[in-house]
Design a protein around this ligand. Sequence first.
Ligand SMILES: Cc1ncc(C[n+]2csc(CCOP(=O)(O)OP(=O)(O)O)c2C)c(N)n1
Ligand SMILES: [Mg+2]
Length: 349
Amino acid sequence: MAERAKTPTLEQYEAMVTIRAFETEAERQYKAAKIGGYCHLSSGQEATTVGTMAAMTPSDLLVTGYRCHGFALARGVPASEAMAELFGRRSGCAGGRGGSMHLLDPERGFYGGWGIVAGQLPVATGLALALTRRGREDAVLCELGDGAVNMGAWHESLNLAALWELPIVYLVVNNVYGMGTSVSRASAEPDLFKRAASYRMASERVDGDDIEAVFDATDRLLGAAREQRKPAVLEAMTYRYRGHSVADAGTAYRTKDEIAERRGRDPITRVRATLAERGAEEAELEGAEQRARDTVAAAVEFADADAEPALDRLAAGMYAPTSDLQFARMKPGSPYGEDELVYAAGLGA
Ligand SMILES: Cc1ncc(C[n+]2csc(CCOP(=O)(O)OP(=O)(O)O)c2C)c(N)n1
Ligand SMILES: [Mg+2]
């Protein structure tokens, strides 16, 4: 395999700045009513996002929760297609029918964007099983929040992944809070990575604002997943600057001092300083920043000009092509169906 450039690279810096600019613009567009539904921003978490994505190969698979804009961008989804999805437009990466929480791009190995807390874990675990059944030497990276580790699906998924030796890394993005409850108030074992021990699974914690540390840990764990089918948990310690969603000011459950203190050790500023120390010219860094702004401005222009999805696409992709058979089996009188419609009978119809 070709030697990879040392992290952080200028490209990774540009990716981080692009994510920050994208999120800032998404909030603005939401408040201008161009974006509907929910919208969760990841500003502050860019080192975790870009560092983990840099360790994935093109044929690895990615599954995330709903705070997914940054992951989609870092995985290679064009900003125009991600923004069009937020706008609910037809060129959006989910056809304009998923919105902010359900970004999707299977061709780039990105299987969503999931709105139900921990709902992505069984899906990701199943994908890892599919990889082994098909004899592929790839791995799944499944992102989840600190709030998802108290859900049943977490335990069920980790148990099976360990038992069946599945090639999967569960990335717990610990940004200190769920919607408004801190990890220390929600988790009896607040060192979340330690919970993997219940399943005899490898796990570690990393400074999620240190892109080199994030990349190294993810690279190592994904490597073990691919080559030795060793699943793992990686807990990345980071912080979200904005509220839980754009509807939350984010100040009712944490102090302004705390937010200011975290902003004071911003991961993007850290990467900029590292690159400068290693010899990057100011003009190169500013060039990356300008390209990021241009990319996001063009994405908004693209999304705004794009059409809404056609009405007849509303149910497209909901059922597999074999679903006619499935429904025929459920019809009254079929071997698997009811003789009469139970509901209607119950109602005396
Ligand atoms: C099953 C389920 N319960 C509740 C919710 C509402 N909800 C959305 S996000 C969230 C908190 C999740 O926090 P965390 O996992 O830490 O992720 P973060 O938002 O910090 O990225 C909750 C309770 C949901 N979407 N799904
Ligand atoms: Mg959280």
